[in-house]
Design a binder for this molecule. Structure first.
Ligand code: ZN
Length: 139
């Protein structure tokens, strides 16, 4: 399965080097900042809502490639979802990152699944998602 591992490493590298939707969002309906002191990662997530729809998601931050790639993937995953769908996506991602359920090989997020083998890095992968989840609760 080395080929799959290489592919996953490439996906993470691509998102960390060319992050999607990076940059602050003015007049955001949701904004939340979160730190991962274990690794030194930080991320701020921003979202705009159009009615019940998450119409735009952006992030800023710095830290390891896993934390930044995961934030980038999250912005693509949550854009266009309803609040309820976004909550379900976040809950699903976080439960799979704690070993409950599996990623489908065809989804990009599977690239983060390998992190499960390194428990100290799971927080890196879930940081942006937890920031967004907290932001949803407060917005
Ligand atoms: Zn990290």
């Amino acid at each position: 399965m080395d080929g799959m591992r290489d592919l996953h490493a490439q996906v993470i590298m691509d998102h960390s080097e060319r992050p999607r939707n990076r940059g602050a969002l003015d007049n955001a309906d949701l904004e939340n900042h979160l730190l991962n002191p274990l690794c030194g990662d930080e991320v701020t997530v921003y979202a705009a809502f159009y009615g019940d729809t998450v119409s735009e998601v952006r992030f800023t931050g710095r830290g390891c490639s896993i934390s930044q790639a995961s934030a980038s993937m999250m912005t693509e995953r949550l854009t266009g979802k309803s609040r309820e769908e976004a909550e379900a996506e976040i809950a699903g991602f976080k439960s799979r990152m704690t070993g409950d359920g599996e990623f489908s090989d065809t989804e990009e997020l599977a690239a983060l699944g390998g992190v499960i083998r390194y428990p100290s890095r799971i927080r890196c992968a879930t940081l942006a998602w937890t920031a967004f989840e907290e932001g949803l609760e407060g917005s």
